[in-house]
Design a protein. Structure first.
Length: 40
């Protein structure tokens, strides 16, 4: 699965609300992998 501190988006949609890592991709889809950043 995906760790909570790593956000994966397909075309701006969080894959957690799609089909997770099983989300189908098509030509032209934009995939973003964004680590969460904390600061203080």
């Amino acid at each position: 699965g995906i760790r909570r501190f790593v956000n994966v988006f397909v075309n701006g949609e969080d894959v957690r609300f799609l089909n997770g890592l099983q989300t189908d991709l098509k030509d032209g889809d934009e995939v973003s992998i964004v680590p969460a950043v904390a600061g203080g």
